[in-house]
Design a protein around this ligand. Structure first.
Ligand SMILES: [Zn+2]
Length: 92
């Protein structure tokens, strides 16, 4: 259910993160290969923005209700905590 957008080259068209503008070109499920579905969470690995997939596969920023619901998922919370550490490790 939770899907993370990552910067890879599975989808050369990709789409821009609505928060940081970086191009996200692939998505993967947290428990295996999964295509994103409407309402799935999208987490930008550049900036950590929590977004949501639309029915057409594009992403948009979450509503307050969606944000609260997604942050209640321990997996989402853990990923969001991990992203800043990934950037720290990359920069050291
Ligand atoms: Zn972003």
């Amino acid at each position: 259910m939770v899907v993370v957008v990552v910067a890879e080259h599975d989808n050369p068209e990709g789409q821009r993160c609505p928060v940081c503008g970086n191009l996200n070109e692939a998505a993967t499920g947290m428990s295996g290969v999964e295509a994103p579905r409407e309402g799935d969470a999208s987490i930008c690995l550049y900036c950590g923005a929590l977004c949501v997939f639309n029915a057409d596969g594009t992403i948009r920023q979450t509503t307050e209700e969606e944000t609260a619901r997604m942050l209640a998922d321990p997996m989402v919370a853990r990923i969001l905590e991990t992203i800043p550490r990934l950037h720290e490790e990359k920069n050291t």
